[in-house]
Design a protein around this ligand. Structure first.
Ligand code: C5P
Length: 236
């Protein structure tokens, strides 16, 4: 388990994705397939990348009644992906049902990770619009603990929350963290960012990196830099 760089393949077609990954030659990075690419290409893109030897985080953020999520997770598990996710807001019964659906007949299953509160939700939206009375950070931690109690493997969170999540849910509970930027890079629309080496220091288990790699003039060099900073560097 753990300590790897996941490239967010936020492309609109399979062609673009395969062209991008062909730059890596024989190297097979861990990749994230999100809704845009999956809805455009369907399971075929997952099979194509799996056949090429990539590990896959299928980022579809399921959220529905337990029975529907359970049956859908069984389909995703059959695609042999390595990591999938759902919204912790669906409740613990839904999360438990998802785990059941994911578990293959031989007892193996992909990692199941919960999204707590989307980073696009502010404290104000949470209170005024959604009527949630607790503070945002408290709600994030409550959802993380629910995910842990339901038997999930971890959460997607900001690297800034990784330490608190590990403190509350244990060191082996995975923190999968987007919002990563190089010290000398552009931040874009991400508000609260960390560099790969900072993310390593605070204990992130996986970093999800999109544009700093995909929009780079040299994506392979950018990926290697992430790996060097996040995986290889001995802790200083
Ligand atoms: O390009 P960038 O590095 O910002 O991409 C980050 C990836 O992580 C995107 O696929 C984005 O949707 C995803 N993500 C995020 N923040 C979250 C959850 C997911 O940036 N809270």
């Amino acid at each position: 388990m753990g300590k790897d760089v996941i490239i967010a393949c936020d492309f609109k077609s399979g062609r673009e994705t395969l062209d991008f990954l062909s730059k890596f030659g024989g190297e097979r990075p861990f990749v994230k397939i999100g809704m845009e690419l999956f809805y455009a290409e369907g399971p075929a893109i997952v099979r194509a990348l799996k056949e090429r030897g990539h590990k896959i985080f299928l980022d579809l953020k399921l959220h529905d009644i337990p029975n529907t999520v359970k049956k859908s997770m069984a389909v995703l598990s059959g695609l042999d992906v390595d990591m999938v996710n759902l919204h912790a807001g669906g409740g613990t019964e839904m999360m438990r049902a998802a785990l059941e659906g994911l578990t293959r007949p031989d007892g193996t299953r992909p990692y199941l990770i919960a999204v707590t509160i989307l980073t696009s939700i502010s404290e104000e939206i949470l209170k005024e619009e959604l009527g949630v009375s607790g503070a945002l950070q408290e709600t994030v931690m409550r959802y993380a603990k629910n995910a842990k109690a339901a038997g999930l493997d971890g959460v997607v969170c900001s690297p800034r929350e990784a330490g608190a999540v590990h403190g509350a849910c244990g060191e082996s509970f995975l923190t999968v963290t987007p919002g990563v930027r190089f010290a000398d890079g552009e931040v874009g629309d991400q508000k609260r960012v960390m560099t790969p080496s900072e993310a390593k220091k605070v204990g992130s288990d996986y970093i999800v990196v999109g544009r700093p790699i995909t929009a780079s003039a040299d994506p392979v060099a950018a990926y290697r830099r992430c790996v060097r900073e996040f995986v290889d560097q001995m802790g200083e």
